[in-house]
Design a binder for this molecule. Structure first.
Ligand code: SF4
Ligand code: SF4
Length: 155
């Protein structure tokens, strides 16, 4: 039925009760209008709408918190499949600009959130050491070996 089922047992998703506990438990669904993990899985696995799902921006709202998976009465690996879908989407270039910027920042600085003069000052007031700049060569190499530089067209 598609690439997802190369990795996932179809029977696992056939066991879905359509109880919607996954969506009801999802913290993202509470704040992002229209975000519905149960619907994403249904469209991808059952309705054959893989192209539409892989090209959608909605999939990127998942924070991979695993709440849906932990609450599912059949322990269906929803978060695992959503992660797989995001990986496939990234390989075709569907990655939000905000995420690309975050990855670029990590490559350049080693931090996902950059230290500022203010954060340095607060650390000093709290008696904490000044943050050392991480080894960005290693970070760059890890990202490169994972193929992220090609996928995201990073320089
Ligand atoms: S919680 Fe599990 S069984 Fe219920 S709708 Fe979601 S995936 Fe299906
Ligand atoms: S893993 Fe994604 S879909 Fe599941 S509860 Fe967390 S944010 Fe929602």
């Amino acid at each position: 039925m598609g690439k997802a089922l190369d990795l996932y047992d179809e029977q696992e998703f056939n066991a879905c009760l359509q109880c919607a506990i996954c969506t009801g438990s999802c913290p993202t669904a509470r704040v992002i209008e229209g975000y519905n993990p149960r619907e994403i899985i249904l469209r991808y696995i059952m309705y054959g709408e893989q192209e539409e799902v892989l090209n959608s921006t909605m999939i990127w709202h998942c924070t991979t918190c695993h709440t849906c998976q932990e609450r599912c009465p059949h322990s269906i690996r929803i978060c695992g499949l959503l992660t797989h879908i995001m990986n496939l989407a990234a390989k075709r270039g569907n990655v939000p600009e905000t995420l690309k910027s975050g990855i670029k920042l990590m490559i350049e600085t080693g931090w996902s959130i950059q230290a500022t003069q203010r954060s340095d000052r607060i650390r000093e007031e709290l008696g904490l050491n000044r943050l050392e700049k991480p080894n960005t060569d290693e970070i760059r190499r890890i990202f490169s070996e994972a193929g992220l530089d090609t996928i995201l067209e990073l320089e």
